[in-house]
Design a protein around this ligand. Structure first.
Ligand code: SF4
Length: 648
């Protein structure tokens, strides 16, 4: 860190995607004035994207600055002191049973924030009712990885792409969502690698592919398993589970799956030939594979393909610390101390709660609790079936801890003003499980880091001893004792080196039979003849609390539009700029249309970043969650569409 009394530079990590690039912030008089790439950062390779380079802009826009409470449901939020806010929370929650309250961690917050949050839930409220944004994206990846490798994280690194001869990218758009991974894909292509993309709609990445297959979401599981079936005909494997897996998918012949997916069998065979011939096969996947009613099966089929080919797998995770939030135990079924009750008792002085906790997709919609402490998430915008979620949130006591207001803040009974990543000290864990040091460049408006807020509240509840940390380093030291995957990591090393990883060792390689390929959605009906898929835009991030407050990002993309195939649009009398009404069994939403000749007929594509247009109101959830992880299907929703008024 360079410093003089007025100006300094601080090296820390980008607050956005799971790549976790290092950035250099220039600070003057307590404000960040510019972000610069760091040339020798092995993650960004000196080329972070524009989102990272403008990531400081939202820091000074519409921040939550002080604690607030709402004494009665219809009264306004009022400014109070920290002490008053903590007392109010205690008064309202102290008599709740452990099953009555729910907590969230956050993929946008540090490991230290997440560790302290899950400890608060388990120590103070004796509950495993804690979850995080991983539930909405990649829990199915973690589950399938565990089954296949005995490891809940990516065993590879992004640089593995550079050596690949065939790159298969399924349900992902790294050109927009993981730009520094995409740089590596382009480099690999220059070296001769073939890029094959599979996605329900063409995207910015598929423009660069050698073969692109538009596989509808409904046929995705069968199609990937069909590829596995065809490839494993040629590549016999001695890996555990080969016979059982082959048997489970033997009916998925090339003829069958190409008919189902409406794909030319010649293209399918070309893809099979490339994969069979590949010596350095790499498979990437994203939320197009996981946010699916068969999410875990989809990932399992792709991992099986990787294992048969002795290849590498790179699942890219959405948020900068979603891997870390899960690792820290912000999951109902992922306990610290590897679940050892005696170790927890010795370290924390309490018994770990025995009962498995609730998942966020169950809790805030159909199995409501009485109170929720929501840190760093915006479920009133990010969950499916929002009409129902809003009713439940309205009826609960909500503690909202975040750096910016959001749709969820509207339901808050208590607001605790948190900090953004450039205002924190600590660590994050990127998608590769690379543990990276976060350094505070500026102070947050309210002056506290999120773990400090939770510790203050814990002390109000009488847990001074268990929450007596003085610094982020103290919390990190406890993490290395409580989270087995982080054992042996040292603060100094994480602070000075770029190659500190949490556990990445594969314990075994096992092919997992693909037992269940369930129908994703009810078949097309005349009531709901279109399929809506939600997507991420190049210049926005998740529910947009930060990027919607970045003037540069808003200049690039200022409003949401729903893409519709141009022929479909013409039949419905819809032109670009018209307002359209999208209806499903869950709800309806108005959004501006944009016609697109490259989109397959029958598809609609809309982003979920904008709170003015809550697209998740039309996403149903009952019966549409991945059975094993309860991750929602945001990708294949049957809807109707109509024009609602004249051109805007
Ligand atoms: S958004 Fe992702 S790719 Fe872009 S700078 Fe941040 S971490 Fe890097």
């Amino acid at each position: 860190m360079a410093n003089n009394s007025r100006a300094k530079t601080v090296e820390t990590i980008c607050p956005y995607c799971g790549c976790g690039c290092k950035l250099k912030y220039h600070v003057q008089r307590g404000k960040i004035t510019k972000a610069e790439p760091i040339k020798d950062d092995p993650v960004s390779q000196g080329r972070p994207c524009i989102k990272g380079l403008t990531s400081f802009e939202p820091l000074t826009v519409e921040r939550l600055k002080y604690p607030m409470i709402r004494r009665h449901k219809n009264s306004p939020l009022r400014k109070v002191s920290w002490k008053q806010a903590f007392k109010f929370i205690k008064e309202k929650t102290k008599n709740l049973k452990e099953s009555d309250i729910f907590f969230t961690g956050s993929g946008e917050f540090t490991n230290e924030d997440n560790y302290v949050m899950q400890k608060f839930a388990r120590v103070v409220f004796k509950t495993n009712n804690i979850d995080c944004c991983a539930r909405l994206c990649h829990v199915s990846t973690g589950k399938a990885m565990h089954d296949a490798y005995g490891l809940g994280a990516m065993p590879s690194v992004m640089d593995d792409v550079l050596d690949a001869d065939v790159i298969l990218a399924v349900g992902t758009n790294p050109a927009y969502n993981y730009p520094v991974l995409f740089n590596r894909i382009l480099e690999a292509k220059k070296r001769g690698a073939k890029l094959i993309t599979i996605h329900a709609v063409p995207n910015a990445t598929s423009k660069f592919s050698d073969i692109h297959l538009n596989v509808p979401y409904e046929a995705l599981t069968a199609f990937i398993a069909g590829l596995l079936n065809a490839v494993s005909e040629e590549c016999r494997s001695k890996v555990d589970g080969f016979k059982e897996t082959k048997k489970s998918i033997s009916y998925l012949t090339p003829n069958y799956v190409t008919k189902l997916a409406r794909i030319d069998i010649k293209l399918f065979n070309q893809v099979v030939s490339h994969i069979v011939a590949s010596k350095k096969f790499v498979a990437l996947h994203g939320m197009g594979l996981t946010q699916h009613a068969n999410g875990t099966e989809n990932v399992a089929a792709l991992l099986d393909l990787c294992i048969v080919k002795n290849g590498k797998t790179i699942p890219m995770r959405g948020k900068c610390n979603v891997q870390g939030a899960s690792d820290m135990g912000c999951c109902p079924d992922w306990l610290p101390f590897g679940g050892s009750r005696s170790a927890a008792k010795e370290a924390w002085g309490i018994d770990l709660p025995a009962q498995e906790g609730k998942k966020i997709t169950e809790t805030l919609e159909n199995a409501p609790v009485k109170a929720a402490y929501i840190m760093g998430m915006n479920p009133a915008q990010s969950l499916p079936n929002l009409n129902e979620v809003h009713v439940q949130l309205e009826n609960m006591f909500i503690i909202y801890q975040h750096h910016h207001p959001s749709e969820t803040a509207k339901f808050a009974d208590v607001v605790l003003p948190g900090a953004m990543l450039p205002e924190k000290d600590g660590t994050t864990t990127n998608a590769e499980r690379r543990v990276r040091r976060i350094r505070k460049a500026v102070s947050s408006p309210a002056g506290l880091q999120d773990w400090e807020i939770i510790c203050g509240l814990a002390r109000e509840f009488g847990y001074k001893k268990q929450f007596g940390y003085k610094t982020s380093k103290d919390v990190f030291a406890e993490i290395t004792r409580a989270v087995p995957e982080y054992a042996g990591l040292e603060w100094n090393a994480v602070s000075t080196k770029d190659d500190c990883f949490a556990e990445k060792e594969i314990r075994f390689r096992k092919l997992v039979p693909i037992e269940k390929i369930i129908q994703v959605e009810s078949p097309k009906t005349t009531d709901y003849p279109f399929t809506l898929t939600t997507t991420r835009l190049q210049y926005h991030f998740c529910t947009g609390e930060a990027t919607r407050r970045s003037k540069t990002m808003m200049k690039m993309q200022s409003k949401p539009v729903c893409k519709i195939n141009d022929v479909d649009a013409k039949k419905l009398g819809i032109k670009t700029g018209d307002l359209i009404l999208i209806k499903s069994t869950a709800g309806e939403i108005e959004i501006e249309a944009e016609t697109d000749a490259t989109l397959p007929s029958g598809m609609l594509v809309a982003p979920y970043h904008f709170e003015g247009v809550l697209i998740n109101k039309v996403i149903p959830s009952h019966r549409h969650l991945d059975e094993r992880t309860k991750t929602p299907n945001y990708k294949a929703v049957k809807v109707n569409v109509e024009k609602v008024n004249k051109r805007q």
